[in-house]
Design a protein around this ligand. Structure first.
Ligand code: AHM
Ligand code: MG
Length: 336
């Protein structure tokens, strides 16, 4: 059997390239890695145990929480708090950010923002779900409890970001600002192995991913772009292929590998868009740009430049292969 680099080895080998080089970021990754393995185990037996039912409570956006969302949130929080390398956490599943008040934690310089189990409405039907995470250096001085401004930073300040996809295999894909690498989990060994080094968004692509059922509620530019994707034109290999799983991590992951664009626009139902800037859009935008793709919220407005104003802010989100995002941008410019 060929032995590939494990995630642990990769992190140790790259440590000197990380922004802090003190080992704190490596320890933080090891907490994320551990929690993701625990969640992998639970997700993979979701059909067996009585854990895929709703807990009954609602999250801060008023959506029904599934047991596995709660479970994943707890596991990531516990793993991160235990290492003493994170001073606070903000999660899609929690109304307010969480302070880690042990002395060790208060002296730590990183905060983590996380969507512990994105796409969880798909669990009951055995569709892939994911964890999305994002790491920032705190803005306030160390030694004190974290404050809101530590979390309300523009995506451009991200130190690292990534996702775990619990799919036909489990994978972790992340960036520390120096390219994007993907690791596939081998459950028999209990390790992530480097399987997708230096991932790159193909410049062009033939996949568009959008919930087309909402077509009537979209604005002119997005409608025109959808029609453009559906037109016959041999030169540009149109019509393009429509693929939409309804699980952001899975849709993004496929498009990253095959080339494509993902759209969650504003609509009459979601005037601000549906996806959350801090937990979903910023980390995916950082990954996309590190892989040579592009992510925008509107014409000529990059996701990563936005200065957040609220913890659970939603924004329109367009991400994918550069040529496709550029094309969309033209339609947004011409038709709004
Ligand atoms: P969630 O955070 O409540 O799981 O919702 C986010 C999910 C994304 O994974 C996905 O891209 C989107 O919601 C799908 O929304 P829709 O069903 O409106 O198409
Ligand atoms: Mg989510």
């Amino acid at each position: 059997m060929e032995i590939t680099t494990t995630l642990g080895e990769f992190i140790v080998a790259r440590q000197s390239e990380y922004p802090d080089a003190s080992g704190e970021l490596s320890a933080l990754f090891s907490a994320i890695r551990l929690a993701s393995k625990i969640v992998h185990r639970e997700v993979n037996k979701a059909g067996l145990a009585d854990i895929s039912d709703s807990v009954g409570s609602k999250n801060v956006q008023g959506e029904e929480q599934k047991k596995l969302d709660v479970y994943a949130n707890e596991k990531f929080k516990m793993a991160l708090a235990a290492r003493g390398v994170v001073c606070g956490l903000a999660s899609e599943e929690e109304e307010n950010f969480v302070l880690f008040e042990e002395a060790l934690n208060m002296n730590a310089k990183y905060v983590v923002l996380i969507d512990p189990l994105d796409g969880s409405s798909n669990i009951d039907v055995n569709v892939s779900v994911g964890t999305i995470f994002s790491i920032y250096r705190r803005a306030s001085p160390t030694g004190q409890p974290v404050v809101k401004k530590d979390f309300l930073q523009p995506g451009n300040n991200q130190v690292a970001a990534g996702y775990v996809i619990y799919g036909s295999s489990t994978m972790m894909v992340f960036t520390t600002g120096n390219g994007v690498n993907g690791f596939t989990y081998d459950p028999s060994l209990g390790v992530y192995c480097l399987s997708h080094p230096n991932m790159q968004f193909p410049d062009h692509g033939r996949i568009y991913s959008i919930n087309e059922g909402n077509y009537i509620r979209f604005r002119g530019g997005v409608k025109k772009f959808i029609k453009y994707c559906q037109e016959e034109d041999p030169e540009t290999q149109r019509p393009y292929t429509s693929r939409y799983i309804g699980s952001l991590v899975s849709d993004f992951h496929r498009n990253l590998i095959k080339g494509g664009i993902f759209l969650y626009p504003a609509s009459s139902q979601y005037p601000e868009g549906k996806l959350r800037l801090l937990y979903e859009c910023n980390p995916m935008a950082f990954l996309a740009e590190q892989a040579g793709g592009r992510a925008i919220v509107s014409e000529s407005k990059s996701v990563l430049d936005l200065v957040p104003t609220q913890m659970h802010q939603r924004v329109p989100f367009f991400v994918g292969s550069r040529a496709l995002v550029d094309k969309l941008e033209g339609f947004l410019h011409d038709y709004g």
